[in-house]
Design a protein around this ligand. Structure first.
Ligand SMILES: [Zn+2]
Length: 440
């Protein structure tokens, strides 16, 4: 891929390859032209322009920048290269405090951003940072980390766009209604939402199926059912009140819910509320969502952020708790995609690897399908649909004039069946028209 400098109708033209715009019509173009970080023309219109900089694709393929809609970047940067699901033996897994000083926090974020740039990831959701974690074990989720985000954002240091959800309890743990009420009354810092959007809140409803902590309708083998993690006069009233308060305040609500009972209670509240005005509400994980619940989620305009790679890692482990019948209907990605409910494919890194190519291959396995339509749907789950989850589909997620020039360049066409996504090489990452990674 060569770069040359020429004329001046546009800042940048990327040409000479296959460019999947992932617009609704699935348009493929040969070129895009960029000015001031935005796409100003595509196809022949772009080819006809002169630009200060030309990037020749030399037959490679470009897609909209990858958006991982659930990725704990601060934690990932602090833990790297140690992932929970990896070859790292338990005794070598990092534990305790991972970041202490402001410089540790900056380093964790900058480290994560350079990893993400190398993987072609141009946007992500940091799902849960706030005061409930100020005394947290790792130091990765507290108010100080939010401050570091804002500091680096204001310094223009970002190489990926971030949607950040505030958390008013502990990560993977309890939250009280009193803390939540106090939290949402605290205004979020002023930021440019194109780079650091803070549209809403994360609420933990329950745990995970392998630990028998997902809140389920049908009991686990030991007779338990899991339970809600919200606390107040009673957990369910606290949960419903939190959702009502956040929705009334116009906030996006992402609920960690794996069990069918948690999903049901979230749905019941959503069904009683007017539709979300901004970014849509969604379930994070949704492991045990039933087909009927998925259809109702679509009805209320809410979505799912799912992690097929975690499903692959935990399938056997979860099976012991769920039994064969429930296991067979767990992780209903096929039903989610078929229903038309908003569905994003995410990593939950550093739980699983942030390498989205493995996540998409795990998705193909889970679906038992490998055709261009399936690949397109999955890739949209990490681009166009992820932008919808961000409430940002009018300005990012596809490669159309007027949208930001966020692109991931791959050596081969990811929509071509028969070749694992994992075998594709990320060649270049462009964010807002600026190359933030180029393979040497
Ligand atoms: Zn997570």
């Amino acid at each position: 891929m060569s770069t040359t400098r020429l004329g001046d109708d546009a800042d940048l033209i990327i040409r000479g390859g296959r460019i999947h715009t992932l617009d609704d019509a699935g348009t493929v173009v040969s070129a895009v032209a960029v000015s001031d970080g935005r796409i100003v023309a595509t196809g022949d219109d772009a080819e006809a322009l002169r630009a200060a900089e030309i990037v020749e694709l030399d037959g490679r393929t470009a897609v909209p920048g990858i958006n991982d809609a659930h990725l704990h970047a601060a934690w990932l940067g602090a833990r790297w290269p140690h992932l929970f699901f990896s070859d790292t033996p338990p005794e070598h897994q990092p534990s305790g405090r991972l970041v202490t000083t402001a410089s540790d926090r900056r380093e964790a974020l900058l480290h994560a951003w350079s990893l993400l740039a190398e993987l072609g990831i141009t946007s992500y959701t940091e799902p849960g940072i706030g005061p409930g974690e100020d005394d947290g074990e790792t130091g990765c989720f507290g108010t100080a980390m939010l401050d570091t985000y804002v500091e680096l954002h204001r310094a223009g240091a970002q190489t990926s766009r971030v949607t950040l959800l505030r958390l008013f309890g502990t990560i993977d743990g309890e939250s009280t209604l009193a803390d939540f009420e106090r939290g949402i009354r605290t205004p979020a810092p002023a930021t440019d939402p194109r780079w650091l959007a803070i549209p809403g809140v994360k609420i933990f409803a329950d745990g995970i199926p392998p630990m028998a902590t997902a809140w389920v309708c049908e009991p686990y083998p030991d007779g338990s059912t899991g339970h809600l993690l919200t606390r107040g006069d009673d957990p369910l009233t606290a949960f419903r009140t939190m959702i009502g308060l956040a929705a009334t305040a116009g906030m996006q609500i992402a609920v960690h819910a794996t069990g069918d009972r948690s999903i049901e209670e979230f749905l019941r509240v959503l069904e009683s509320l007017p539709p979300a005005q901004g970014a849509p509400h969604y379930v994070v994980h949704g492991d045990l969502a039933s087909p009927a619940q998925i259809a109702r989620m679509r009805e209320v305009g809410a979505g799912f952020a799912v992690q097929p790679l975690i499903a692959a890692h935990t399938q056997e482990w979860a099976g012991a708790q769920l039994g064969p019948e429930r296991l067979a209907s767990a992780w209903p990605l096929r039903e989610m995609l078929a229903s038309g409910a908003l569905t994003t494919i995410t990593s939950d890194a550093p739980i699983a690897t942030p390498d989205w190519r493995l996540g998409l291959d795990a998705s193909l396995s889970l679906l038992g399908a490998d055709d261009a339509a399936t690949r397109t749907a999955l890739l949209r789950g990490m681009t166009a649909d992820a932008a919808t989850q961000d409430g940002a589909s009018d300005w990012k997620g596809t490669l159309e004039p007027g949208k930001v020039a966020d692109l991931t360049v791959l050596d081969e066409d990811p929509l071509q069946p028969g070749r694992g996504f994992t075998s594709l090489s990320v060649e270049r990452t462009v964010v807002g028209g600026r190359t933030v990674f180029a393979r040497a």
